[in-house]
Design a binder for this molecule. Sequence first.
Ligand SMILES: [Zn+2]
Length: 583
Amino acid sequence: MAISQSIIEEIKYKNDIESVVSSYISLKRRGKNLIGLCPFHGEKTPSFTVYPENGSFYCFGCKVGGDVFTFVKLIENLDYIDAVKTLAERAGVAVVESSQDDTLHQLKNTILEINRETARFYYSNLFKPEGKWALDYYLSRGLTPETVKSFGLGVALSGWDTLTKHLRSKGFKFEDMLQADVVSKSSKGTYFDRFRDRTMFPVINVRGNVVAFSGRRRTEDKTIAKYVNTKDTLVYNKSQNLFALNFAKAHCSEQIILVEGNFDTVSLHQHGFKNVVAPLGTAFTKEQAQILSRYTKEVILCFDSDTAGEAAVEKAFKILEPTGLSVKVLKLPVGKDPDEFLKKNKPSDFEKLIAAAIPETEYKLMKAAGNIEPESAEAKIKFLNSAISILASNNDPIAVDLYLAKLAKDYEVSKETLVTKLAQIKKSRAVAEKKREVKNIVEKRIDRNDVNPEKQGNETAAAAEEMIISILLKHPDHIRYITESVATYFVTSLNNRIFGAICEDIKSNQNCSISNLSDRFSDREIGLIIKLLNSEFIGNGPKETLMDCISVLKKEKEMSSNSLESDDWVTQMQKIAENKKGN
Ligand SMILES: [Zn+2]
């Protein structure tokens, strides 16, 4: 850990979890805790809980949990150290990093430095004779030199190792360049530029770091890939970043415009539309939808007006649905993309298109009505049925009422009939939803994706292990009842690892802090620890329960060596308690 423990504690103290989480999502009080809709997975009923008492959070849906640092790390998509720094800034605490830095963080920093230097190099190439073609290309497509500069656009030259040599001259190691995915390694072991003879768009994250690149081929030569993008690295996950969000984040609280391509994005920004972002060379993802929901209330889809674009709209509707964001579709004239449109029209014309963007429900109704025969009763019935099914997904009662009135008038049916039909559909959906919920609960009890897969077949031991951990988290002083041998009774390696880390932490700090564990466990493992920290306590006093659990573990161990059938965990606890009474 590069920042001292006392500073970490100070930062934590000054950033109470309730106010930090509330600045991202709305929370409702439930008893001494707060609940809200989880920002990390789509859900309609809140399972995200904040525990102000011990400064932690846990989601019962996706099982993510942690302290205020983990929360900021996940929601801002940062690494742990940057999350600490962000909260330090928020609270006005000065952070001094000690010289002994941890290697992973060091490597991430090196990758970011390599990326920054690479972006600079690609930009500077534009002004060399062999890179001039790319600058000419950008300008010919209507970009100004200022836009090229502010987006850091550049060019990868045609040579095999132009960048590799440049980075070497700056003192970077081949191994680190590979980690940044700006060079590749041949089967003979030589290193060469990953991007060659391409126009280059850097991807900059919300903290202003260059995290990746997207390169477009120079020629129309179909034998080479049109786009080459950075693979996922230690600092980059393509499904969790959006192109130009670093610029858009300050301009998008009301609405954000999602376009398909990087070029469209840059072009729109240049024309004053600063709230535009694009997915990164991939299809739009669930994670990207969740990110959008943290920055805005409304998403306007601005895709090409062709069949591929229409299919992309339908997909985006589905992906955006769990976020609860309002979604509209901007209709471009047939055959145009935003960049082409802006070349032939004024920015005010594009503003008109934004204002005329069609709400999701209306768009779907128009699609459904698309090619019905106005004379055919059968076609009308079919359309009205799908129309009602579309309206059943709209949660705005006023909008629904207006659409119903319009449908009734246009199709000459009584509004009451439509209302009845709508109620039927909603009811059957609610029933289906309930069934799904029950199924989920049942599946959760089996839980094949449990963070601790060794639990299966070792339920009794794992339950005792978890209780021991839970008690130590809540009563660190109870470590005095723990002897060296207890660790050897642990059956599941994850719980053993957690137990070891907690004991170590309590012994050196007299206390156990989640912040101390964050860099040793994955997010889901931290989630488990938080769940245990906040689990309801059952049983006698903590000391008795602790001793009982240790006995259960011992007995399980003995039984597994004698390979006897084991009782379940509650029965064992009861037997042990009864034996004690008998004594
Ligand atoms: Zn969740």
